[in-house]
Design a protein around this ligand. Structure first.
Ligand SMILES: [Fe+2]
Ligand SMILES: [Fe+2]
Length: 196
């Protein structure tokens, strides 16, 4: 990948931009969960934590206001805020096969594609636990729910499996990493059991 354009804003400004376009609290939490996964994996792969995190934070920027045009409005929103075309391309790759034809290529894009649905699935697993906490969630419990088609039926298991393949990582390992990533952000995500 060519030299990346510098980010036009810091994390605080990006969070404000997200809030401006995203009034729905659950969608903010989804963005924070994907951000946490992206920051975790950037560290794991020795890549740019701030850049990866911001791609995760802003990946669904148009979804709340334009659910029927998801991924179509985001490019102009990001361009208006000074983001470069590389950043926009990476954001759009999360919708590959769903709302865009931008195939995940860079490892950052593959991670985004793989963790978008998986963070939601693991969050659903946490919320049915008595502890309401990700701190004591184990891979095997997620795997069991993964096989239970009736649980969180809206989550497309095939997309998650495809994401793991694209990362060249066994599904169990990917699940383990995402659990660890969500633990790091558990209080902000409401997944630390404090509300149980
Ligand atoms: Fe999306
Ligand atoms: Fe998403």
């Amino acid at each position: 990948m060519s030299e990346r354009q510098a980010l036009p804003m810091d994390r605080e400004e990006a969070f404000a931009l997200l809030g401006h376009h995203t009034p729905t609290p659950s969608l903010i939490k989804h963005a924070l969960a994907v951000e946490a996964a992206m920051r975790y994996f950037a560290r794991h792969y020795g890549e740019d934590i701030e850049y990866w995190g911001m791609v995760g934070l802003l990946h669904d920027l148009d979804y709340d206001a334009h659910p029927d045009r998801h991924c179509q409005v985001t490019p102009e929103m990001l361009r208006e805020s000074g983001f470069g075309e590389d950043f926009i391309r990476s954001v759009l790759s999360h919708g590959f096969g769903l709302c865009t034809d931008v195939e995940p290529e860079h490892i950052m894009e593959r991670v985004l594609y793989a963790t978008d649905e998986l963070t939601g699935f693991i969050t659903a697993c946490v919320l049915v636990r008595p502890s309401k906490s990700v701190m004591d969630l184990e891979v095997k419990s997620v795997k069991k729910k993964f096989k239970d088609k009736a649980f969180a039926a809206a989550v497309d298991r095939e997309v998650i499996q495809d994401g793991a393949r694209r990362m060249d990582m066994p599904l169990d390992e990917l699940i383990n990493h995402v659990i660890l990533a969500l633990r790091e952000a558990a209080p902000q995500l409401g997944l630390d059991g404090s509300g149980a």
